[in-house]
Design a protein around this ligand. Structure first.
Ligand code: FES
Length: 124
């Protein structure tokens, strides 16, 4: 069973997502939580992302999860979808990279190109 704090956090996330949908702007961050993602550390990554987004009070960022992305060898994967619908996928994300993605990409709009992967899973 979830704690009250966890439920509050969840409620805030849902409200934030609904506000974002209505505004149709902001940034969507999607973490692949398929079997391979979880095995590679996606749980720690999503926890760090949630912590950083909350700590920085990023109002227009929605954090969500998805299943298998078909790129086992690049897990953990984090996809950042910008307000214009442009998507950037980061591969081999660990806790440190997750923090830097929030600081560089979500806060400053700077893509960290050397950590991105193409749809086929190659490094860009
Ligand atoms: S379980 Fe790894 S790509 Fe689906």
């Amino acid at each position: 069973m979830k704690s009250l704090a966890e439920l509050d956090k969840l409620r805030e996330e849902i409200q934030r997502e609904m506000a974002l949908r209505e505004k149709k702007e902001g940034i969507k961050v999607v973490v692949s939580m398929g079997t391979c993602g979880i095995a590679a550390g996606a749980r720690d990554v999503i926890a760090v992302l949630l912590e950083e987004i909350s700590r920085r009070n990023l109002q227009d960022v929605v954090l969500t999860q998805t299943g298998c992305a078909g790129l086992c060898h690049c897990e953990p994967l984090v996809q950042v979808e910008g307000p214009g619908g442009e998507k950037v996928t980061y591969g081999h994300v660990d806790e440190q990279k997750a923090r830097e993605i929030v600081a560089a990409h979500l806060v400053n709009g700077q893509v960290i190109k050397e950590w991105t992967v193409k749809e086929e899973g190659e490094r860009v």
